[in-house]
Design a protein around this ligand. Structure first.
Ligand code: S3P
Length: 176
């Protein structure tokens, strides 16, 4: 029978390390790895930024919901999600009921330095005051990132260390 232990979902603000840590976690646990943004790009043949540009955020969120549903039906899987996946109540319920949910968090300053030269984040690209927008968006979303089973900071420490800590907690958490 499938339970929460079959899946680990990484949630968190943009550039908190989900795409770096996800594959490492999967490798260590001998799970598969999937990224909801990559699923969407593969399905549409478009970059996330192109989807926003051509069809708008609403369409992107619909595609994101479908990708999450698909991912939550898989087993022995680590799923990295887009930073806004938690905005939808249905997505939050799906995540909480189907996966061991881990929030990666870091300071607005860390996010700023990680994203400032990156062009593939449509929600941040247009902003003149990038740091202020990060702070604002992060604080608006913080309550939703709290839906997790475990939260870890990626401000300091290596990705490997972070990954080992998550595995330790995952293994000792009784999720049945
Ligand atoms: C988004 C985060 C992005 C991507 C899209 C929207 C968001 O993913 O899904 O640009 O709303 O925070 P990352 O968190 O991997 O950057």
């Amino acid at each position: 029978m499938s339970d929460k232990k079959d899946r680990i979902a990484l949630i968190g603000f943009m550039a908190t390390g989900k795409t770096t840590i996800g594959p490492r976690l999967a490798k260590e646990l001998n799970f598969d790895f999937i990224d909801t943004d990559e699923m969407i790009e593969q399905k549409t043949g478009l970059k996330i930024s192109e989807i926003f540009e051509r069809f708008g955020e609403k369409k992107f969120r619909e595609l994101e919901f479908s990708a999450l549903k698909e991912a939550m039906a898989m087993e022995k899987i680590v799923v990295s999600t887009g930073g806004g996946i938690i905005l939808s109540p249905i997505n939050r319920t799906l995540l909480q009921s189907k996966a061991f949910v881990v929030t990666l968090e870091c300071s607005p300053r860390t996010v700023y330095f990680r994203v400032k030269n990156n062009q593939n984040r449509p929600l941040l690209n247009k902003d003149k005051n990038l740091f202020k927008s990060i702070e604002k968006m992060m604080s608006e979303r913080s309550q939703f990132y709290d839906i997790c089973d475990y939260k870890i900071s990626t401000d300091r420490g290596s990705a490997n260390k972070c990954c080992n800590t998550i595995i330790e907690v995952y293994k000792k958490t009784d999720l049945r």
